[in-house]
Design a protein around this ligand. Structure first.
Ligand code: ATP
Length: 247
């Protein structure tokens, strides 16, 4: 098997003045796969994703041990902008759209500084609109007036504009109706199939994540306790009830 696209090896994370947030988390994302990161509230999903994208410092968090390798290279010291350049983009929890900018202006904020040509920019927008036709319809609307689902699509579109090979998403289903969640996961799945973009998706909604993922890792109290094929996990009712209080 070829080397994983992303390798998290036994990372430990602490926030200043707090107990350990992650004690030992390991997982691997292969090129072209959808990998779900599952676990209850507070298990450490967001912290793991922020460690990958180097966003912990803003919250006074720090990786104290372990390694994070992207395409075989240690990325612990790369800034989020450098990571985007290397093909790793993140969609944060809570979407963070600019409410007073239009949908298209929001998409353009994702245009990386190292991309320059205008013609390429138009093609990049058209590609996003092909995946999310709703964004095309709403391109001149203020983002603040868009629905939660449209804002989530916008946050994904803005990250896609940099053409990542790995897209990291934090709780894309949060606060959205089941039909909208299904639409968003279907588009993510299409993106994965048609363009080979690998996805690492943290989700509390394990049912929907396991429906679309190829593999999944389960976190419990800051530890990765299980990694397996999504199909195998779907069939384990005990996993559902034990970790997520469902089933
Ligand atoms: P949720 O789905 O609620 O976001 P999660 O699985 O993503 O949960 P994290 O947000 O990563 O979990 O939280 C892991 C642990 O780290 C929790 O105990 C949480 O209280 C703690 N934590 C998270 N952010 C901070 C912070 N900025 N400062 C201190 N502790 C934090």
């Amino acid at each position: 098997m070829s080397a994983p696209l992303l390798q998290i090896e036994a990372i430990e994370v602490r926030y200043q003045g707090a107990l350990l947030a992650l004690e030992e988390v390991s997982l691997e994302v292969q090129a072209g796969e959808i990998h779900a990161l599952l676990g209850a509230n507070g298990a450490g999903k967001s912290t793991t994703l922020k460690a990958v994208s180097n966003l912990l410092a803003a919250q006074r968090g720090q990786v104290r041990a372990g390694h994070i390798l992207y395409e075989g290279r240690e990325v612990g010291r790369s800034s989020p902008a450098e990571l985007v350049r290397q093909g790793l983009a993140q969609v944060l929890e809570g979407r963070h759209c600019f409410a007073s900018l239009t949908v298209e202006e929001n998409l353009l904020t994702g245009w990386p500084a190292h991309f320059t040509r205008r013609t390429v920019l138009r093609a990049a927008l058209e590609r996003i609109y092909a995946f999310f036709p709703q964004l095309h319809q709403r391109r001149r609307s203020l983002a603040g007036l868009c629905s939660g689902g449209e804002q989530q699509m916008l946050a994904i579109g803005r990250a896609l504009i940099s053409r990542p090979r790995l897209l990291v998403l934090d709780e894309p289903s949060m606060g959205l109706a089941p039909k909208v969640v299904a639409d968003i996961f279907a588009q993510l799945s299409r993106l994965n199939r048609e363009e080979g973009v690998a996805l690492l998706v943290a989700e509390q909604n394990s049912a929907v994540a396991l429906q679309y993922a190829h593999r999944a890792t389960v976190l419990e109290h800051g530890r990765s306790v299980l990694s397996d094929e999504a199909q195998a996990l779907r069939q384990r009712a005990d996993i559902q009830s034990f970790y997520f209080g469902e089933g």
